[in-house]
Ligand binder design. Sequence first.
Ligand code: OOG
Ligand code: MG
Length: 268
Amino acid sequence: MSPSNELTLSREDIVRLCERVEGAQTRAYAIPKLTDEYPAMTIADGYAIQSELRRRYLAQGHRLVGWKAGLTSKAKMQQMGVDVPSIGFLTDRMARPESSAISTADLVHPRVECEVAFVMKKDLHGPGCTGEDVLDATDYVLPAVEIIDSRYSGFKFDLASVIADNGSSARFVGGGRARYVEELDLRTLGVVMEKNGEMVAMGASAAVLGHPAEAIAMLVNILADMGEHLPAGSFVMSGGITEAIPVKPGDSIVARFQELGSVSMRFV
Ligand code: OOG
Ligand code: MG
C-alpha cells in the first residue's frame, strides 16, 4: 500500500472523481465508494479531490465560511470504522438558521450530530498548532448541529472516500448561546440530543480528542499540509460528540448543551 501522504491519482482521475462527488452532492444520489474503482486511493488523494471540489464550488460563487473536523471522537471512529480524524470545508450554502425547517429532498442519508463550534478572531497557521494556540485565537464558542450526509451507498466507505466527499458535509445549524472560552471548561460540557421529544444520544465534549480545541489544532495542522491556514472570522466545527442519528421528514431535533443553550430544527 502507498503511504497515506502519497498522491496516486492522476490529475484527470482527480477531476473525474471530483465531478462524480459533486454530482452526488448537488443532485442527492448515492454512489459507490471511490475506492471500489481505485483501491489504492490514499488520504492524500482524498484531499486532492476535496480541494478540487472546494475550488469548483468557490468558482460557482459559493463562499467559504469555515472548516470542520470530523471523526474526532471514539464513538464516531467506531461508528465509521476508521482510525484517524479528517477535515472538510464549510460554505455559506450549507448554513441553515436555527429553528428552521430543513428539506431532506436534497439529501441522501441525513444524520445529525452535536458539536461545539468555534469562531476565530485571529489567523492560525500550522504546523505545530496547539490547543492553547486555538483557545488564544478563539473569539467565542457556540453550540451547533451538523447534518452530515454520506453520499456512499449503504454507508460503505473508508477514510479516503469520506475525505473526497468532504467529510459528508451537507448542512449545519449554529445557535444557542455564544460564550467566551475563558468562562467555560470545554472538556466537561454535557450534551443531549432529543429526537421528537425523546433522548436519542448523549455525550460530553471531552469525547472530541479530550478537548475540542485539540480537534481545531489538528485541523489547522492538516490545513498546513494542504498549504492553507485558518483565517480570522472562520466558523469551525470541532467534530461530533455523540454518534450521528438518522433523520427523516417529520422529525424534530433539539440538541441541549450544558452552558451553551440549545439548538433546534425540524426536517421536512
Ligand atoms: C463523516 C463525518 C464526520 C464528525 O463530526 O465526526 C463528522 C461521516 O460520519 O460520514 O462530521
Ligand atoms: Mg461532524
